[in-house]
Ligand binder design. Structure first.
Ligand code: TRP
Length: 337
């Protein structure tokens, strides 16, 4: 763990909400990258269960999903000996810092967040204050650990920009306290699209289950979903995201599963129909995901081990978070005896 500043490895923090079973999109876009980052960074990987309740959750399901998400992190290769894996709600400093930062955040600033606007439109019956202040909690997640870099997708960049602004504002007003985090844009990483509407990103909140490949889908389910995926009316396996988004998406999946380049894939399937191609993609993806699923099944059964990893993660995270919060409280003038 971090000690002297000379030996301090740069810090990464990222999080995923436990609001559904993770999909192959998370693996391709985020998790594979998180695993690699462990080689060069000191990583904090968080299950953002406090963010999750900004949309209505069933308590039993939320509990279950939280553990499932943790088990999947481990199954894909997050190594608890190197990285800290923890549940957001188990480290009280997150909401404590969020309160302080919320007094330094403009109403107008939050009103401009596109995710808030999108989500309010999607859930007009539940536009709650948590949904509005969500980016402040996210800023706290990041700033508590003095993160150098934050791997985030396109949809979270605006929140990271706000985080940087808040950090700078606090530092300017009170004196240097927070590290200003950079977005981490991986040079590899792939966006996986919905199998049914391939111009839209694969999203676990999609209501059509046939759009998604879950990381714990059986081989048979994976093969069937890919068989039924939406393509186009041509018969040419060619990478062209604009005109052939469905086929391009399947090519990306095939590439991820087999390492074959797009050129190689085009050659392999030239003259063959989409039926053959889909079958090959289905089998390749099934083969790619089945070891993840097997590991996941073992990990999720051993609740004791899972719990102890999460408790350790939260305790260690708390130590670091407390140091930052303590400085913040002192600087803003909260009395301490
Ligand atoms: N808001 C992020 C998402 O929905 C999850 C998240 C919460 C996060 N806290 C974070 C991501 C801190 C990066 C850093 O994807």
């Amino acid at each position: 763990m971090e000690t002297m500043s000379e030996t301090r490895k740069p810090v990464i923090l990222s999080g995923i909400q436990p609001s559904g079973i993770l999909t192959v999109g998370h693996l391709a876009g985020a998790l594979n990258n998180w695993v690699k980052l462990q080689e060069t960074f000191h990583c904090y990987y968080m299950i953002a269960n406090m963010h999750a309740i900004t949309v209505k959750q069933s308590p039993a399901e939320l509990r279950q999903r939280t553990l499932e998400t943790a088990a999947l992190f481990l199954a894909v290769g997050i190594d608890p000996e190197r990285s800290l894996l923890f549940i957001q709600s188990q480290v009280p400093e997150h909401s404590q810092l969020a309160w302080v930062l919320s007094s330094m955040t403009g109403f107008g600033e939050l009103s401009r967040m596109t995710q808030f606007k999108d989500k309010s439109e999607k859930h007009p019956e539940n536009i709650n204050a948590g949904l509005f202040t969500y980016p402040i909690l996210m800023a706290s997640d990041i700033l508590l650990y003095q993160a150098d870099a934050v791997p985030v997708g396109e949809d979270q960049k605006q929140h990271l920009e706000l985080t940087r602004n808040l950090a700078q504002r606090f530092n300017y007003y009170y004196s240097d306290t927070f590290k200003i985090p950079e977005p981490y844009i991986p040079n590899v990483g792939s966006r996986i699209m919905s199998l049914q509407e391939p111009t839209k990103k694969m999203s676990k909140s999609d209501e059509n289950q046939n759009s998604l490949i879950f990381l714990n889908d059986s081989n048979e389910v994976i093969i069937n979903k890919i068989k039924r995926s939406v393509t186009d009316s041509e018969a040419e396996v060619k990478f062209d995201e604009t005109n052939k988004p469905g086929i391009s998406n399947l090519m990306t999946l095939y590439h991820l599963a087999t390492n074959a380049t797009f050129d190689e894939i085009e050659k392999e399937f030239s003259g063959k129909g989409y039926g053959d191609f889909k079958l090959a993609v289905g089998h390749a993806v099934a083969e790619w995901l089945s070891p993840v699923r097997e590991k996941y099944n073992t990990i999720i059964k051993d609740k004791k081990r899972l719990q102890s990893i999460l408790i350790y993660g939260a305790e260690e995270a708390h130590k670091v978070a407390f140091r930052t919060l303590d400085k913040v409280y002192k600087k803003v003038g909260f009395i301490r005896f």
